[in-house]
Design a protein. Structure first.
Length: 344
């Protein structure tokens, strides 16, 4: 089948050839309604598989877009980026991070990408996508790979831990030690209109507690951002005295609390037990019992998936689920009352 020409796209859209060229090369200079007409015509004629004018010679941009819900400087995202770079750079690809603060920014990114053609693949970290938003990318053969995604809908491949099962195992450990009133310290809900993978951690805790009669669970919500360490510490210090164990959404929240509790005469694990999530850099140094995940390895795996997808190779298995083992260190023990009874 003969590939549609730029002249055919111009006729279909009712614009000049220069407008079609400008739409792909410099989309910011074209009115949104004109861009939409050109893109609709290009899709109808199967012209959208072409790259932008700047990349026509090679047929590729050699850029991979990384969509992340937080800044690239967080422990998790920095390791994801490093893993991706180690897999993609030897093949000539650069990884470009795009922070996504809400669903509107995500929608705009996917709406503009078919016009800009500035990425050969998209990697989404830690949040969902709407399949309708990425429909155009399927026609353009731009693969979408997920890392720690809450759903596989709309993705071609992905590598994601099971947040739900991980926190269930943490609560089961605390219950086995004898804890009967446990708190989960997590992020307060935000109005982003996106689903995040970490949201499943609370549900895992809730279901684990519900499976054991006599177990009481208290969720404590913390507003993330500046001051979150103080807020988390205050939540622990002001919690009911009957709470003997705290399960944190991540190590970034747990580690500062662990370090500062001693200033207030609270001993860990003699008075309270603490479990984190991530096994980040400082966790071993402070003796934090935590759930382990390896974002660098996940980045490497996702990078190889991207390379296979770009090359047209089959990805088997398309979706991988790494283990999240509980790393037992020094911050969990039987509650004081149980320990005293055992010694009597």
């Amino acid at each position: 089948m003969t590939k549609a020409s730029i002249q055919a796209v111009a006729r279909e859209a009712g614009v000049s050839v220069s407008t079609v060229s400008r739409t792909f090369a410099k989309p910011d200079l074209v009115l949104p309604e004109t861009r939409d007409r050109v893109m609709t015509a290009a899709e109808k004629l199967d012209y959208s598989v072409s790259r932008s004018a700047a990349a026509l010679k090679s047929g590729q941009s050699f850029r991979i877009a990384l969509l992340a819900s937080e800044t690239i400087t967080t422990w998790f995202n920095a390791n994801i980026f490093a893993g991706l770079d180690s897999a993609l750079r030897p093949s000539g690809y650069d990884t470009v991070p795009y922070p996504m603060r809400n669903a509107a920014e995500r929608h705009d990114f996917f709406a503009d990408l078919p016009v800009r053609r500035n990425a050969d693949a998209v990697i989404v970290s830690s949040f969902d996508i709407e399949p309708a938003e990425v429909e155009r990318l399927k026609h353009m053969h731009v693969p979408i790979v997920g890392i720690n995604i809450p759903s596989t809908d709309g993705f071609d491949a992905g590598v994601s831990i099971d947040d739900y099962a991980a926190t269930r195992s943490a609560i089961e450990h605390l219950i086995a030690l004898g804890h009967r009133h446990i708190a989960f310290v997590g992020s307060a809900p935000t109005e982003t209109n996106m689903r995040y993978s970490a949201e499943a951690r609370l549900q895992g805790v809730i279901d684990a507690a519900a499976a054991h009669p006599g177990i009481e669970l208290t969720p404590l919500s913390i507003q993330r951002g500046l001051g979150e360490s103080n807020a988390a510490l205050n939540a622990v210090l002001n919690a009911s005295p009957s709470i003997t164990a705290f399960c944190f959404e991540d190590d970034e929240m747990a580690a500062p609390v662990l370090y500062r509790l001693r200033q207030y005469g609270r001993r860990v694990p003699q008075d309270i037990s603490i479990i984190g999530f991530d096994d980040s850099t400082l966790s071993a140094a402070v003796g934090l019992t935590t759930l382990h995940q390896d974002p660098f390895a996940m980045g490497v795996a996702a990078g190889h998936m991207v390379l296979d997808a770009i090359a047209g190779k089959s990805i088997e298995p398309a979706f991988v689920r790494p283990d999240t083992p509980l790393i037992l260190r020094e911050t969990t023990a039987p509650p004081a009352a149980t320990a005293a009874s055992a010694q009597a």
